[in-house]
Design a protein around this ligand. Structure first.
Ligand code: AMP
Ligand code: MN
Ligand code: MN
Length: 320
């Protein structure tokens, strides 16, 4: 794919969007591209659509301009989908379906072919934000754009810690902090800081976690009643699964929360031996080798049994 401005040559109406329940990478990459396009194409109409992000991302400039619903039927010249395939963009799908040209920028291995007429898919990239950086002209960046990209990269790499962090990721991050924003503070604010209730439910989920397969798997679940008791939303549960993954001896961590009766959002994290993207893809989800998710129906025990079957098979193969 060419640089994004070349792809958008003389375009009037551009929509930028990402996945439902947007995480840091999704918010960072969508906002970075939105800010860049507004700056570089002042004559064009540029709209960014996302479900309302967590309030911690209020530190990203221009976030108040995000459109959090899609009431109008607008026919865009170009619709850019970032950090996902078009099947997870929610209400903005109608803009994707009617756009003259579609561009997909993603790093999910389960979206290897891309869903756009033009695709920039690199499963080895740390984050969609790193890919957005590669498509912009460096000379046109500023502190606001750099900050949004940096937040995205930091979130998807667990602050430059996960195995998706490459020398290139670090080089990009080094260039970004050169734009001069308070990077230690925004990482604290958006990644580490938790409210009292978020910390309480994390504690509860850890306390109720169960190890199985000789301690190589761990699972925990939060139901709607518990979420209501602690007055938390799904966004408040971020980070629970990575905490479970850190348990010594664990190869695969599973965290579920109840969406509605007998429907669970599943998050999985692996320490390398289990390809959780494969497990998630089997149940209609997707993600990366070490971090993936899906939505499952059935009782909690049905879900665990079904997931375990696939995880056990992979662990057995890894041993053989
Ligand atoms: P999560 O466990 O929700 O933090 O997601 C881990 C990774 O898997 C992220 O990169 C997500 O974008 C991806 N993912 C989660 N759920 C799904 C799904 N239903 N379909 C495709 N990818 C998913
Ligand atoms: Mn994401
Ligand atoms: Mn991502």
């Amino acid at each position: 794919m060419k640089k994004i401005l070349e792809e958008l040559n003389r375009t009037d109406r551009i929509a930028v969007t990402g996945h439902e329940r947007p995480d840091g990478d999704c918010v960072g990459s969508v906002m970075a591209l939105y800010l860049y396009l507004k700056k570089m194409l002042p004559e064009a109409v540029v709209d960014a659509y996302l479900e309302k992000p967590s309030l911690v991302f209020d530190c990203i400039d221009g976030i108040e301009e995000l459109k959090t619903d899609c009431p109008e039927d607008i026919c865009y010249d170009v619709c850019i989908v970032i950090d996902t395939s078009a099947d997870r963009i929610g209400a903005a799908k109608k803009y994707f379906d009617t756009a003259r040209k579609t561009i997909n920028i993603d790093h999910h291995i389960t979206n290897a072919d891309g869903c756009g007429t033009v695709n920039y898919i690199k499963p080895d990239a740390s984050s969609a934000s790193e890919l957005v950086y590669e498509l912009l002209e460096e000379k046109d960046l500023d502190a606001s754009i750099a900050k949004a990209i940096y937040i995205g990269i930091a979130h998807d790499t667990g602050v430059f810690q996960y195995s998706n962090t490459t020398p290139h990721t670090m080089e990009v991050a080094a260039k970004l902090i050169g734009y001069g924003f308070d990077f230690p503070r925004i990482i604290d604010q958006t990644f580490y800081e938790k409210t009292y209730w978020q910390t309480q439910i994390l504690g509860r989920a850890l306390l109720e976690s169960i190890r199985f397969m000789d301690g190589r798997c761990v699972v925990s679940m939060v139901d709607r009643k518990t979420m209501a008791f602690y007055q938390v939303t799904p966004q408040d549960l971020d980070g629970i699964v990575s905490q479970l993954r850190s348990i010594k001896g664990v190869e695969c961590a599973i965290f579920l929360y109840e969406l509605e009766q007998q429907t669970y959002k599943v998050s999985m994290r692996s320490n390398g031996k289990v390809d959780v993207a494969k497990v998630a893809a089997y149940f209609g989800g997707g993600g990366h080798v070490r971090a993936a998710g899906c939505t499952m129906r059935g009782t909690y025990y049905d879900c665990i049994n079904n997931l375990s079957l696939h995880i056990a098979r992979q662990l057995k193969e890894a041993k053989a």
